[in-house]
Write a protein that binds this ligand. Structure first.
Ligand code: G6Q
Length: 557
């Protein structure tokens, strides 16, 4: 690791972000455009809506409803150059150890590289290894889907339960929900993550153990929540069959830790591997996607990978002014660092994408929620915003009020598909007209004159005015397919990358999750122990522990 830091320090451009000429120019530029209204920007440039758009690998990005001028975009692109975004992209694709605090390469792009491509890491081409695992997954998925894989009593598998948390859960569950339309409907898929016993209990309560397969998904195979749930699931199986040998027929593992997998009782033959250069939140297209592959089949899974790869190529090769992830990443920086926006919303107008915002929360916030630069100093600017969202149109009837008329600026990403997967009457037209209407209303609003002209009583006029000038991107794709999902996820992965490069942070570590884990380990035995003087926390934590013990004892009786 020391070597990684040394190597990095000699190559890094030491100019602090806020001292860069483009940053300073953007600060000055912000003062001149901050009050410009989208109404005027559109009125002055009738072609703006077509001009400020970009298309890549079948995704159409309309970024015209952003509070930018051509000069803003030029300055943001200049900032990207000054921050050597191009160099950082190349470094990632070349397998350099850009995750410097963990001294690791960041090669999720290799997970979707086509057979025959070469990506060299430590002198070895990693692409063949990726395809060996994919082939093994495909063979296994086929066996489960066609009933050839049998449980302990000889019955075929009808239920698959993925046990994993964080990156080993959010990607698989998001992808399963997103691609449910393509999934094998005769089978049931469940995803257990929380150490709260309710999660496992509710997931298995109506399942027949004879027909249930557990996938224990854990890169490390030591994560407390996952291993606790996996051991409870193992007990559920052993209790049912009164024989430990049943474990081998009802459990497979996805991990990098063969030793722990074998110790758990899973035949290492049924372990699907991946590598330390795949970060948890970037792993849904590795073996961590096994549940997804069983659900949709290996052909569709590979088409999802092709979608990822197409976006990787676009990100690597497209000029920055036509590069979707670069443009979106820079626009995010513009609002985060110049307008002071604290949050960003993602609003997919597709019910299948209901877990997409939760997935993006981890991707964006775990990656860019950092306050130390690659050089080891504290940043003097804002980094990653709070990311949140819900599918439309549901959100319209809850939190959109605040986006339209609240006091906070919330840049939004609207996502829509032109062809529905479930055409029922005119419902899709209603859905998409709502999407377009929302971005229009946010941008242009409604003036006091317009409200008055409708005959509104004077006292009500201010309440019914929409100021507008609320920025948004709209991303349109033809249809939600495995391939378009791959493109969409890769788009956001690279948006995160772009922003991390600008903010000069390590988007691939997650030290911020460690402290809580350590403290929880210390507290667990204290909840059961009644030797009060042993409590050595702050007075608040001590009081909470005592309160918990007391209440639990009273309920237990
Ligand atoms: C993601 C993080 C984290 C990780 C989980 C699960 O980037 O590393 O969310 O995925 O902590 O870890 P395991 O897969 O090792 O159980």
């Amino acid at each position: 690791m020391v070597e990684a830091f040394r190597r990095f320090r000699t190559t890094m451009n030491k100019t602090a972000l806020t001292q860069r000429p483009a940053w300073k120019a953007l600060e000055a530029h912000y003062q001149s455009v901050k009050d410009a209204h989208l109404r005027k920007l559109f009125a002055d440039d009738p072609k703006r809506g077509e001009r400020l758009a970009a298309e890549g690998v079948g995704l159409y990005l309309d970024y015209s409803k952003n509070r930018v001028t051509d000069e803003t975009i030029q300055l943001l692109l200049k900032l990207a150059e000054e921050c050597d975004l191009r160099g950082r992209i190349n470094a990632m694709f070349l397998g350099e150890k850009i995750n410097i605090t963990e001294d690791r390469a960041v090669l999720h792009v290799a997970l979707r590289a086509p057979r025959g491509q070469s990506i060299i890491l430590n002198g070895e081409n990693v692409v063949p290894k990726v395809h060996t695992v994919l082939d093994k997954m495909a063979e296994f998925a086929d066996h489960v889907r066609n009933g050839a894989w049998k449980g302990y009593t000889g019955k075929s598998i009808r239920n698959v339960v993925n046990i994993g948390i964080g990156g080993s859960n959010l990607g698989p569950v998001m992808a399963y929900e997103a691609l449910r339309h393509y999934s094998m409907r005769e089978m049931t898929f469940r995803f257990v993550s929380n150490v709260d016993g309710t999660d496992l209990a509710e997931a298995v309560r109506d399942l027949d153990p004879e027909e249930t397969l557990f996938i224990v998904s854990s890169k490390t195979f030591t994560t407390q929540e996952t291993m606790t749930n996996a051991h409870s699931a193992k007990q559920w199986i052993v209790n049912r069959f009164s024989n430990k040998r049943a474990v081998a027929d009802h459990f497979v593992a996805v991990s990098t830790n063969a030793r722990e997998v074998a110790q758990f009782g899973i035949d290492p033959v049924n372990m699907f591997g991946f590598w330390d250069w795949v970060g948890g939140r970037y792993s849904m297209d590795s073996a961590i996607g096994l549940a997804t592959m069983i659900a949709i089949g290996s052909k569709e899974f590979r088409s999802m990978l092709a979608g990822f790869h197409a976006m990787d190529d676009h990100f690597r090769t497209a000029p920055f002014d036509k590069n979707l992830p670069v443009l979106m990443g820079l626009l995010g920086v513009w609002y985060n660092n110049f307008f002071g926006a604290q949050t960003a919303a993602v609003l997919p107008y597709d019910q299948y994408l209901k877990r997409f915002p939760a997935y993006l929360q981890q991707l964006t916030m775990e990656s860019n929620g950092k306050h130390i630069t690659l050089g080891g100093t504290r940043v003097d600017y804002q980094t990653g915003p709070v990311f949140w969202g819900e599918p439309g149109t549901n959100g319209q009837h809850s939190f959109y009020q605040l986006i339209h008329q609240g006091t906070k600026l919330i840049p939004c990403d609207f996502i829509g598909f032109c062809y529905p997967l479930n055409p029922i009457g005119d419902q899709h037209e209603l859905l998409i007209s709502n999407l377009f209407a929302q971005s229009e209303a946010l941008a242009f609003g409604k003036t006091a004159e317009e409200v008055k002209a409708e005959g509104t009583a004077d006292a009500l006029v201010p309440h019914r005015v929409f100021e507008g000038n609320r920025p948004s991107n709209t991303i349109l794709a033809a249809q939600l397919t495995p391939e378009s999902l791959g493109k969409l996820v890769a788009l956001y992965e690279h948006v995160v990358f772009t922003q991390g490069a600008i903010w000069d942070i390590d988007s691939f570590d997650q030290w911020g999750v460690e402290l809580g884990k350590v403290l929880a380990k210390k507290i667990t035995p204290e909840l059961e122990s009644f030797v009060d003087p042993e409590l050595k926390h702050d007075s608040s934590t001590n009081a909470l522990i005592r309160r918990y013990r007391h209440s639990k004892t009273r309920i237990r009786g």
